[in-house]
Design a protein around this ligand. Structure first.
Ligand SMILES: C[S@@+](CC[C@H](N)C(=O)[O-])C[C@H]1O[C@@H](n2cnc3c(N)ncnc32)[C@H](O)[C@@H]1O
Length: 456
């Protein structure tokens, strides 16, 4: 773990305890008393709370009481960090002045302090992570509620006292304060010493005008459609089957077909992402190389419409399930490109794929298919390509190997539970292509990219 620097400490202080006086933290402040910088003990506790949150270091009250200057904070914190470094003997204490907890050791791979078997220390890093995970459902509901109350929007212009914030949000003051206090513990909002709340960099993602914000994702994950099947995740894990039909008695697509409101929401959610990135993706993939393109599982046709508008000589097919294909008719017409596109209501798993395209484009569809279904769809496309040499262009996840963070690994479980599909590693893709008569031509980047294949 990196040591705490003065710059980082100042940054934490500014972000979580505020700028006490204009410019107070500029210049050589390392040995200046916090009180002379305008910070009282409550403000210091905020900073210490963040150090605990970000570094997993729990300083005792007694130690905190002794820390009067930034240098004293740095010395104490870096003493613990130093003790955790791999070169240091493995036995160490969790609390700086707490003699009671000695059964800890350092995990050399993460630098985190982990309890010995049988000893649970609620304040250690792993303990906290597990408590957080065990309470994850509640935390999700808290963040969702704060999102719906538009707290991030209300605080966007500056901090507000809780009574004013509650008034603007239309909430019960004390209850809102309690829920906010919980979120502040996680760094989502921050509470000042006098019941004044302010936003944080994390909360920016909750503002409703943020094009990269997470409000739509929160709402999507909150829907019955996506939330309830997770109650049955054990079924998926035990059988490899999606939990969705067990929960609702129908497949995901059938549910949407019969629930116009949920369908509308999913459409908006899907197009929210698709519309944001369409231009950027078209810049990247140079589809103008092809005179004609078949967009398989093309959804409501927005992406194809953008491609056709960009390349006026291009002609196209769009194939999607019949109820979705109907929507594409409207979108293509709206963009005045319907005369160059043939729309087919069909199933990629059972119906023939149109012949004659120079490229077969399949974006965000294979992740919904099991390997067996994916192979079937690929063979179907391979049959349509025949010996024309047309390209197959798949846009999908390429999961990062090992233990690296990749949001796709979470979505992979979504695919399992909701659709019985999966996200894939590069090796998984190579396996699928080699079994179905394709060869990958490019080196896709991890997370999300275009996989360009030629028939073999
Ligand atoms: C996540 S959306 C992607 C839509 C579009 N390609 C995009 O990137 O915006 C997945 C699409 O696959 C379609 N789909 C799913 N299973 C299909 C199947 N068996 N045959 C044809 N389309 C299918 C869905 O109807 C949906 O429009």
């Amino acid at each position: 773990m990196k040591e705490l620097t003065l710059e980082k400490l100042i940054d934490l202080t500014r972000t979580h305890a505020g700028e006490a006086e204009e410019g107070a933290l500029d210049g050589d402040v390392i040995d200046v008393l916090f009180t002379n910088l305008g910070y009282d003990s409550v403000a210091l506790l905020e900073v210490v709370g963040q150090i605990k949150h970000q570094y997993g270091i729990d300083l005792s009250d007694e130690t905190v009481g002794e820390m009067r200057t930034p240098r004293q904070v740095l010395d104490k914190v870096n003493e613990v960090i130093g003790a955790r470094s791999p070169s240091h003997p493995v036995k160490e204490r969790q609390h700086v002045t707490d003699n009671a907890s000695t059964d800890t050791r350092t995990d050399k791979t993460t630098d985190a302090v982990v309890p010995d078997e049988g000893h649970f220390l609620p304040n250690d890093l792993y303990g906290l992570q597990l408590v957080l995970l065990a309470s994850g459902g509640r935390l999700f509901q808290i963040v969702h509620a704060l999102g719906e109350l538009k707290i991030a929007d209300h605080l966007d212009d500056g901090p507000l006292p809780i009574d004013e914030l509650a008034r603007r949000a239309g909430a019960h003051e004390l209850s809102l304060q309690r829920v906010l206090r919980c979120s502040a513990m996680l760094g989502i909002f921050a509470e000042g010493p006098t019941g004044v709340f302010r936003t944080t960099p994390v909360a920016k993602a909750l503002t409703s005008d943020n094009p990269h914000g997470v409000l739509p994702l929160l709402r999507y994950n909150h829907m019955e459609l996506t939330a309830r099947p997770f109650d049955e995740i054990l079924h998926s894990v035990r059988t490899g089957e999606p939990a969705f039909p067990k929960t609702f008695g129908v497949s995901f697509n059938e549910y949407l077909e019969n629930n116009p409101e949920a369908d509308r929401f999913c459409d908006d959610f899907q197009s929210y992402w698709a519309r944001q990135f369409a231009e950027e993706e078209l810049d990247q993939w140079d589809l103008g190389r092809f005179g004609s393109i078949a967009d398989l599982g093309g959804g409501d046709g927005y992406f194809l419409a953008q491609a056709l508008r960009r390349y006026p000589a291009m002609t196209a097919w769009l194939l999607d399930l019949p109820w979705m294909a109907k929507k594409a008719e409207g979108v293509l017409a709206e963009h005045q490109v319907a005369d160059r596109a043939q729309i087919i209501g069909g199933d990629l798993l059972t119906d023939p794929v149109p012949e004659g395209a120079e490229a077969y484009f399949v974006k965000a569809v294979f992740m919904r298919f099991s390997d067996q279904q994916a192979e079937h769809a690929l063979r179907n496309i391979r049959t349509a390509i025949g010996d024309t040499g047309a390209r197959l262009l798949i846009v999908d996840s390429v999961l990062k190997p090992g233990n690296a963070w990749d949001h796709g690994k979470l979505l992979d479980v979504d695919m399992l539970v909701l659709h019985g599909g999966r996200k894939r590693t590069l090796d998984d893709w190579h396996g699928l292509f080699s079994r179905t008569g394709f060869r990958l031509r490019n080196e896709p980047v991890y997370h999300w990219d275009l996989l360009e294949c030629e028939p073999v």
